[in-house]
Design a protein around this ligand. Structure first.
Ligand code: MN
Length: 137
C-alpha cells in the first residue's frame, strides 16, 4: 500500500490506471499536467510517481529531470509511461532519470510488478541509509 502520484493527460488512461492502482490498495493522487504534478510531488511527497511522457506543455521527461534535480524529490521512484514503445523513448526516459519504463496500453501484471519492485528497492535504500551497519547493496 503506497501513495502514488499519477500524472496523465489522457482521461481514459487515467481512469484505467486509477482503477488498477486502487484495486491494488494504493492511494492515488492525480494531475493532468506536469506543472500540477510537480506541485503535488513537492507537497504530498508520494511514494512513487507514474509519469506520462507526452503531456501538454512541459513533457514528462522534463518534469522527471526537475524532480531528480531536487533533493526533496530525487529519491521518489518515477515510472515513465509512453504510448510509443520505441527504443529511443526508453533511452530518453533513462537519461531524464526515470527509474522504470512501461509502454501503454497498461497491462496490470507489468504495472503491479514494476511498482512493487520499485517500492521495495526504495524501502531497502531508506533502511540502508538509516542503518550504518546495514549490508551494502
Ligand atoms: Mn499523454
Amino acid at each position: 500500500m503506497a501513495t502514488i502520484l499519477m500524472i496523465e493527460d489522457n482521461p481514459a488512461n487515467m481512469k484505467l490506471a486509477l482503477l488498477l492502482l486502487q484495486k491494488a490498495g494504493h492511494t492515488v493522487l492525480c494531475a493532468v499536467d506536469a506543472e500540477n504534478g510537480l506541485t503535488l510531488a513537492r507537497t504530498a511527497m508520494p511514494d512513487l510517481i507514474l509519469m506520462d511522457i507526452q503531456l501538454p506543455g512541459m513533457d514528462g521527461l522534463a518534469a522527471t529531470a526537475l524532480l531528480k534535480q531536487d533533493p526533496a524529490t530525487a529519491a521518489v521512484p518515477v515510472i515513465a509511461l509512453t504510448a510509443m514503445a520505441m527504443k529511443a523513448d526508453r533511452e530518453k526516459s533513462q537519461l531524464a532519470g526515470c527509474d522504470a519504463y512501461i509502454a501503454k496500453p497498461l497491462r496490470y501484471q507489468e504495472l503491479y510488478a514494476t511498482i512493487d519492485a520499485l517500492l521495495l528497492a526504495a524501502k531497502n535504500t531508506a533502511a540502508g541509509q538509516s542503518n550504518p551497519f546495514g549490508t551494502p547493496p
